[in-house]
Design a binder for this molecule. Sequence first.
Ligand code: TXA
Ligand code: MG
Length: 306
Amino acid sequence: MLREGGLVAIATETVYGLAANALDEHAVARIFEAKARPFFDPLIVHIASRDWLNRLVSRVPAAAEKLAAAFWPGPLTMVLPKTDLVPDLVTSGLPSVAIRMPVHPQARELLQLVDLPLAAPSANPFGQLSPTCAQHVAETLGDRIDLILDGGPSQVGVESTVVFVTDDSVRILRHGGITREALERVVRVDDGATEVAETVAAPSPGMLPQHYAPRTSLKVLQDRAELADVSAQRIGALLLTVADNDPRFAAVEVLTTDGNLATAAANFFAALRRLDRQQVDVIVAYPFPDEGLGRALNDRLSRAAH
Ligand code: TXA
Ligand code: MG
């Protein structure tokens, strides 16, 4: 199917992806159509071998070598200068392409069998919650795509970390499955967005202020006291541990028993999806600790808020 230009939803360790042959512009166009994704939002290209990296990327800086050695296969996406082999549609006309080598065994096996790079954004309609199991994909895109490969629940649960790579450092374009702390053990992490805006030429749309959103309005409360300001009748709550529970909550999703952020990430999108179905007037959540995977979770929360 993929060789013939089909659209296949695939399991990865982060979230499910909607995959097509990255070298086939027609197939890639179908991804944008199925997701109703704007063409200015570039796609991540998934590979299983170093061989494909060398064909898709014109130069691999030293920092990229170090990152690949440390985190590939895994939830890290590197934005690197592209070769002419990569269609402009994949990169939205940018001179750089985002490349990731997933670690999920089914995704790896598929990439090796098909021996093509696969462009794959998260398999959800644009702006909505990311899917972390095959059922989520079936519910929202099932009638618009050719096949869903069920690889079980996604173990990481938040998208890959996207970094813009220069010779000796990176800038984080999107927080995700590889934490900033882990990156810092391998390369220098630069702060600030100005140079990214110049070099990347367009903002990374995973950075759009509203994204990853449930249908129900979501409010991020700074603390328990702010709950008093919420006037809604039926309140749903997304909580890290049961200690944050409150008698006012009509529906509750508790992400962990012990506050472990990896567990919270793995449960995050499925829990939000369940709350979205509870017919509550508002969903409330408290910020996660601002460290490790908590950064990616806080980023998703702030973009889900509306
Ligand atoms: O974990 C993931 O990354 C998942 C799985 C399926 O691999 N994919 C994913 O794709 O989250 P998507 O399309 O939802 O997010 C891709 C992010 C967007 O924020 C996009 O703007 C950024 O990567 N991106 C892609 N190509 C880029 C480029 N050339 N320059 C800057 N940002 C880029
Ligand atoms: Mg997405």
